[in-house]
Design a protein. Sequence first.
Length: 358
Amino acid sequence: MPVPHHAPHTAVLIGRFQPFHLGHLALLQQALQTAQQVVVVLGSAFQARSPKNPFTWQERAALIRSSLPAADAARVHCVPVRDYYDEPRWVQAVMAAVHTQVPPGARVALVGHFKDDSSNYLSRFPGWELLSLPRQGDFDGTPTRELYWNLADLPHDALWAQLTPLLPAPVADWLRHWQTSADYTALRAEWRMLSGYHAAWASAPYPPVFVTVDGLLLCHGHVLLIQRGHAPGQGLWALPGGFVEPRDTLWQSCLRELEEETALPLSTDTLQAALQGVEVFDHPDRSLRGRTITHVFVFHVPGTQLPTVQGGDDAATARWVPLGDLTGLESQMFEDHFHVLRRCLARFGSAGPAVVLP
């Protein structure tokens, strides 16, 4: 179908597309009818795989293009954008990514289904037209994804009898193949664990809010990280930390977690002197375990000798990691810990040469 002469040059479609289903495809096809090209913003990019975000942005981009005729795919450009857990910064990142694909002065329209308060972010883009399109069928990413994890242990044929009508054929084929991967097996087990975790709190009068602590220790151009020994996030890198014990203060919990997970050989007085401040991270979506508010204690450990550490308790490994290596570890970091590091380094510095994370 030809694009109307008065149409905007670029339509923008924002989503996670985990996975890309037929509702997404219909919305993208409508967007292609409204503009010369479509820029698809792939959210939650560069993260470690998780049950909520199992597919990389490159995989999602390939699945979107494979679901379109070649002529339409040539008019679609996919750009990745991180979850910054900071809406103004995220909006800036989206606009910057989109404008790498748009000629100067061209009209841009943001298209989507504006369904409820969760769509309010779509009004945060000054200068972009808003084109509200109708919902395309009874499709939703969350139940599609949960069906794919097959926690009901459906036989293979029965599972795909339910999934196939929800997905473009190339996506269904790819997901069938990916179901045989080690990543699928690990994430299915992790979602089973998390679902049990949620079920344990289902009878509470209010959704629980969890309180945790993390220690961010910087020394001689390095940061202390642990590799998680258990789900969720088994094998991913994280700051040492954990839940606050019922009779502990936040400070006591931080000291205890550092001792248990890293065997850090520094006294309480030394750590108190090295403390730069505490930063709170409370985004509602920062953890799949539920609403989790963490308090990050930031330390600048003096000297040029890195204290000896050893992983213990929930940590398989503890290691001092050069700050220059952090960007390369982004897709291997637990939950929002990469962004915790970015914000804390920006606020408290690195106790050495400046390090700026993307």
